[in-house]
Ligand binder design. Structure first.
Ligand code: IMP
Ligand code: MG
Length: 186
């Protein structure tokens, strides 16, 4: 495996900036959900680091659940909009105030499909919190209630986001130099 230093073209969002933003989002969410039941739903795997930091910044009691999806599509880095549920939520969300926690919204197709699916289960409310928003790549309009950072159209990794399933552990958001990156051979 390559060390990320070999293909990192720039650190787009340093660790401290991420941590500050997550705390800020946590405060706003805590205020908005005061006196309300709050249920965070995280889409595996990219949203995991964001979720666990966000939870620690949310001061109202809340529960969490996970779902996993895979998107069929042309290429690994192009979501097609057709998603397959590979792991469903454990708990029923009917009547719950659901806040979907996402790592990044790109074309918007993934989020549109997930929201469509969750809405059929009749939550009391359904909102979206995404750490990153590649707004200029949007192909379908999708409602987002909480956004960490709007970022340019660059392929990023770290803080939950992967390059071929690796490098999610990095505490910052980095931009990959595709010419210097070699995918793993397994
Ligand atoms: P969308 O359906 O095009 O909005 O795709 C969203 C999904 O694509 C995200 O949940 C990520 O898994 C993935 N994705 C989009 N852009 C990036 C990126 O820059 N780095 C890592 N994953 C990304
Ligand atoms: Mg994702």
């Amino acid at each position: 495996m390559q060390s990320y230093h070999e293909f990192l073209s720039e650190i787009l969002i340093p660790e401290q900036e991420l941590q500050d933003k997550v705390k800020e989002l946590g405060k706003i969410i805590s205020r908005d959900y005061q006196e309300q039941d709050l249920h965070l739903v995280c889409i595996l795997r990219g949203g995991v680091l964001f979720l666990t930091d966000l939870m620690r910044s949310i001061s109202v009691p809340h529960s969490i659940d996970f779902m996993a999806i895979s998107s069929y599509g042309s290429g690994v880095r192009e979501a097609s909009g057709h998603i397959r549920l590979t792991m469903d939520l454990r708990d029923d969300i009917q009547g719950r105030n659901v806040l979907l926690v996402e790592d990044i919204v790109d074309s918007g197709h993934t989020l549109t499909s997930v929201l469509g699916l969750l809405a059929t289960r009749k939550p009391a409310s359904l909102k979206v919190c995404t750490l990153l928003d590649k707004a200029e790549r949007r192909e379908t309009e999708v409602p987002i209630d909480y956004v960490g950072f709007v970022i340019p159209n660059k392929y990023v990794f770290g803080y939950g986001l992967d390059l071929d399933e690796y490098y999610r552990e990095l505490p910052f958001i980095g931009v990959v130099n595709e010419d210097k990156y070699t995918p793993p051979d397994h």
